[in-house]
Write a protein that binds this ligand. Structure first.
Ligand code: ADP
Ligand code: ZN
Length: 658
């Protein structure tokens, strides 16, 4: 079967986007807004695409690139910040029979020249380049030359949120991409991102001068991801238990704040027999690349990482993303958790959250050299995340609400669990959820008890006040709680704090409860933590309303420990079967296993991740169909004409053994 893509200028003939979807990528239909986007861009329109991770952004520029190349318009330049992933991205296109190449610092001089020559001849369909390269005089003059000959088909700007300082991956080089618009006016541009709060979106439009571009905004819901936020006690132990109970043998990502913590946690997990690897910017570049390759190429690796890891990682079968420390804001949280379950199968987003996270994040903002206006925005964003963490109603409703979306439960999602009304609603981005529930977050599955912590909050605040009055200095959380609970510690004796009028008046509260109250008081700004003075507690302007009983403080009961939770899916005796293959009979399972082994060999030979050859879901469909002829393989999602030609007979051979 001839590849439809040998693109010589002499054989110009337009090709319908749908044909490319079927023949090149082997997919039966477009997903969500893909078709509208593709048609708009093929016709030469500019577009801004906001789609969640896993939504299928790549096809939105790859299909127009192929279509425009076929129509004689030449090369599409893809701007991407992800040098370490370009090799695999281009490899995936080659597997599908598409002419693609990258230009980056990993190529030597000769390789670079070869790619440049092919690009200048207009032979390449998709050329990937980092933003810093796009702005070099050499590259610009090459683009000029293409442009003069009408061979510059399209600019695709991937990870477009990198242009905004409000995003979490700000790259100053992205700012200079306005050159594309100014120097090559008339060449269509498509910018894509999975980050979409209103502020970042507006910034992207302004910075990239996309005012005229049509905006395509998808729903940001990721229905297969289950959100869980637990109270942090012994974070690493909690994480271990979570992995052992629910994700044994699965691939996952664990996010930690600091490099040191990454190293520690990776070691602890490895000691417990989990295939864990560390990743952070302090590691040697070669080690980083090696760990990333292993994560992408081997099965069941847990990557313990700082946020330096993950952008552009398109591994489809990441089964969980865990946060051991709280991120800075909901955008970061959503982006990071979004790396789970791109294949649409069940996946977990799990976070442990505690008082120290609140204190740390506030301090990082306070101590940053940024201007006051910027800090104010950052505080607002942190508040929104805190109120998500403290929430006792549906996490999904809140998350989507933050991105300006009203959650609607799909008709086929089953009966909603009995959810509670929204919590207190102190501040920030609270949404009028009217008790909407998704049935797939911790709060919907096990609605937490809510208790009125107003009285405890007032007692805490007045203790802070009285201690300060009596001693002239402030104290930390532990000491304040000891006074309130009427403990007689050495420190209390030393400072004579047993004589304070609030001593012991909070003895009915447990330390866990008081910690929760304090966390919430800090979260709503009614207590400040002075990082310059041993993390002592201070009253603020916001304290008054609580003291006077004007602000109600509602709290969730200490969250059910994971041990009380039923594991979600029963695992096979050894190793979890891929969710894609769960429905196969014994023969099907055997074919699936054989196909996976065959795929591993091919992937290794081609130096690519296995999922680039075929997804698990594609192998599962093959195993189910038990094909005897090439025709039997036709129409299976994920088998395009190039892959059918390259692998069809091998696949039949592997299956014929059963
Ligand atoms: P994003 O870049 O938006 O995170 P990708 O472009 O990597 O998402 O797509 C996510 C997954 O969905 C990929 O494995 C891709 O092959 C698959 N996919 C995309 N569009 C379709 C479609 N129309 N039909 C079937 N699978 C698709
Ligand atoms: Zn929910």
């Amino acid at each position: 079967m001839a590849s439809p893509l040998s693109s010589q200028a002499s054989e110009i003939q337009p090709i319908a986007p749908e044909t490319i979807l079927h023949e090149t990528f082997g997919y039966p239909q477009f997903r969500g807004p893909q078709q509208a986007i593709v048609e708009h861009v093929v016709a030469g329109g500019d577009a801004l695409v906001l789609m969640p991770t896993g939504g299928g952004k790549s096809l939105c520029y790859q299909i127009p690139a192929i279509a425009r190349q076929r129509a004689g318009h030449g090369v599409t330049v893809v701007v991407s910040p992800l040098i370490a992933l370009m090799h695999d991205q281009v490899g995936a296109l080659h597997e599908a029979g598409v002419d693609a190449a990258f230009l980056n610092s990993t190529l030597d001089w000769e390789q670079t020249q070869e790619v440049e020559r092919r690009m200048l001849r207009g032979e390449i369909t998709l050329l990937y380049a980092a933003p810093e390269r796009v702005n070099t005089p050499r590259f610009l003059s090459q683009l000029d030359s293409l442009r003069e000959r009408g061979k510059l088909a399209l600019f695709a700007i991937d990870e477009a949120h990198c242009v905004s300082q409000w995003g979490h991956d700000f790259r100053p080089e992205y700012r200079a991409l306005t050159v594309l618009h100014e120097r090559y006016a008339g060449v269509p541009r498509i910018a894509l991102t999975a980050t979409a709060d209103a502020l970042t979106r507006a910034d992207i439009v302004e910075r990239l001068q996309l005012e005229e571009a049509r905006q395509f905004v998808s729903s940001f819901d990721r229905p297969n991801i289950r959100y869980t936020i637990v109270e942090k006690k012994e974070a690493t132990t909690q994480l271990l238990r979570f992995i052992e109970r629910e994700h044994e043998g699965d691939a996952g990502v664990v996010y930690c704040q600091s490099r040191k913590r990454v190293e520690d946690v990776a070691r602890t997990l490895a000691d417990a027999g989990i295939n864990a690897l560390p990743y952070h910017a302090g590691l040697d570049a070669a080690v980083r690349q090696k760990h990333q390759d292993r994560f992408l190429r081997d099965e069941g690796i847990v990557m313990v990482a700082t946020i330096a890891f993950g952008m552009g990682i398109d591994k489809p079968d990441v089964r969980f993303v865990a946060h051991l420390d709280m991120p800075k804001n909901i955008e970061g949280y959503y982006q990071e958790t979004g790396r789970a379950g791109r294949d649409g199968a069940p996946a977990d987003a799990w976070m442990a959250y505690g008082l120290q996270d609140v204190v740390n994040q506030r301090r990082m903002i306070d101590e940053s050299p940024a201007g006051e206006e910027f800090k104010q925005v950052m505080r607002g964003k942190l508040d929104a995340l805190l109120s998500l963490a403290e929430a006792s109603d549906c996490r999904r409703v809140r998350l989507l609400g933050y991105f300006g979306e009203t959650y609607e439960r799909p008709a086929d999602a089953g009966p909603p669990q009995d959810g509670r009304g929204p919590l207190g609603g102190q501040r920030g981005h609270d949404v009028p959820s009217v008790g909407a529930t998704c049935g797939n977050c911790d709060n919907c599955i096990t609605p937490p008890q809510v208790w009125d912590g107003t009285d405890a909050a007032r007692k805490l605040l007045s203790t802070i006040y009285r201690v300060q009055q009596q001693s002239g200095i402030s104290f930390g959380a532990g000491h304040i709680m000891d006074i309130l609970r009427g403990k007689t510690t050495e420190k209390i004796t030393q400072f004579g704090h047993a004589s304070i009028s609030t001593f012991g008046i909070g003895s009915e509260f447990s330390e866990v409860q008081l910690r929760g109250v304090l966390r919430q008081l800090i979260a709503i700004g009614a207590v400040a933590v002075d990082a310059q003075a041993y993390n002592t507690l201070q009253l603020t302007d916001g304290s008054r309303a609580v003291l006077k009983g004007e602000t109600q403080v509602m709290l969730r009961e200490s969250i059910t420990s994971p041990a009380d939770r039923k594991p979600r899916r029963e695992k096979a005796a050894r190793g979890a079967p891929s969710p894609a293959a769960a429905a196969l009979d014994a023969n099907g399972q055997a074919r699936f296993a054989a196909l996976k082994a065959w795929r591993a060999e091919v992937a290794k030979e081609h130096n690519l991740p296995a999922y680039v050859i075929f997804h698990d879901a594609t192998l599962a469909s093959i195993a189910e169909r038990a094909p005897a002829t090439l025709e039997d393989l036709q129409g299976i999602s994920g088998i395009g004409s190039k892959k059918l030609e390259a692998y069809g007979s091998e696949v039949l051979r592997v299956c014929s053994a059963f």
